[in-house]
Design a binder for this molecule. Structure first.
Ligand code: GLU
Ligand code: ZN
Length: 307
């Protein structure tokens, strides 16, 4: 029987809210290897909808630094230029009365525009649910969740995931923008529209996944496979941050470090090569397997690049 094999399409989705650092690069490294080792395509999607937090120049710097490290991609998209798509999706959700504007607290509203990272999730009690789907200045759009609302998916790396979205989040924020240009709606729309077959990203976004799946279902869009990777942590077991030293790629580059040294270090910490030695990204292709990446958070040893 003829089988149609779907070609792998992956994406790199940086947010220009800060400088590219080792943590982003390790996730992108796995995303790149995952796509290229299967002869797949890769899309660069700049997620620049987070206006108050976006830093001028950060998008271009991230692209330059990724190229310097040996990354390539086949197509480039910028979310701020795709607002018509999000607006269309929002209109479709409004027509189904699946969204309403919420004016609750500033904190709730802020959560709508950024990618919600682990620990930032708030349960919303549905205070504004009775509102008509007509925008109110300063509001965020919320997506109506029926109770219960169990969403399950088999994560390629993290295994089976399940969330009762009604119990955990309630009606979740879609976008803090009159026309729907916010992280959750944009990611759900773009992953489907760009034909992404697998999303590789940090496991802090596991809780953001069930809402994205619900939005895709409501819009009749396809849902990709998901591959959530553990984050980088310092030797103290805490998520990589400034206190662990300066892990910005620009800083290493400025100190004269070779891109191969950075790639080699991350590949070593990710279990892909046996020692900390300079390598090119492309040279990792024959060794690459998701199975070699440890399931626990990737600890940055106080050696190699850390100073
Ligand atoms: N742009 C998001 C971030 O940098 C990633 C979103 C995603 O991969 O879906 O946190
Ligand atoms: Zn509200």
């Amino acid at each position: 029987m003829a089988q149609v094999l779907q070609k792998y399409v992956g994406r790199l989705a940086p947010s220009p809210t800060g400088a590219l650092h080792l943590g982003n690069v390790r996730t992108f490294m796995v995303a790149w290897l995952r796509a290229r080792s299967q002869g797949g395509r890769l899309i660069m999607r700049m997620e620049d909808l987070d206006h108050p937090r976006d830093k001028p120049g950060a998008a271009q710097a991230a692209l330059d630094e990724l190229k310097w490290l040996g990354f390539d991609w086949d197509e480039e998209f910028v979310q701020s230029k795709r607002k018509a798509k999000y607006r269309e999706a929002l209109e479709a959700l409004k027509a189904q009365v699946l969204v309403y504007p919420c004016t609750c607290s500033r904190r709730d509203v802020e959560a709508a525009q950024s990618a919600p990272h682990a620990g930032e999730q708030l349960h919303y009690p549905g205070t504004c649910r009775g509102r008509h789907p007509v925008y109110v200045p300063g509001a965020c759009w919320r997506f109506k969740v029926e109770s219960p609302c169990l969403v399950e998916f088999d994560d390629v790396f993290a295994g089976r995931q399940r969330m009762d979205v009604a119990a955990k989040l309630g009606d979740f924020p879609l976008a803090r923008d009159e026309f729907g240009a916010g992280y959750t709606l944009a990611a759900a729309v773009d992953d489907a529209e760009m034909g992404i077959t697998e999303v590789v990203r940090g496991d802090d976004l596991i809780p953001a996944t069930p809402p994205q799946i619900l939005v895709q279902r409501a819009l009749g869009l396809a849902t990709p496979a998901y591959c959530h990777l553990p984050l980088l942590v310092g030797t103290d077991g805490r998520r990589l941050a400034k206190r662990h030293g300066d892990s910005r790629i620009a800083a290493y580059r400025g100190q004269g470090l070779a891109p191969e040294a950075i790639v080699g270090y991350l590949a070593w910490r990710s279990g892909l090569v046996p020692e900390n030695a300079p390598v090119t990204l492309a040279s990792l292709l024959p060794h690459f397997s998701l199975a070699r990446i440890p399931a626990h958070p990737c600890v940055l040893a106080d050696t190699g690049l850390m100073r």
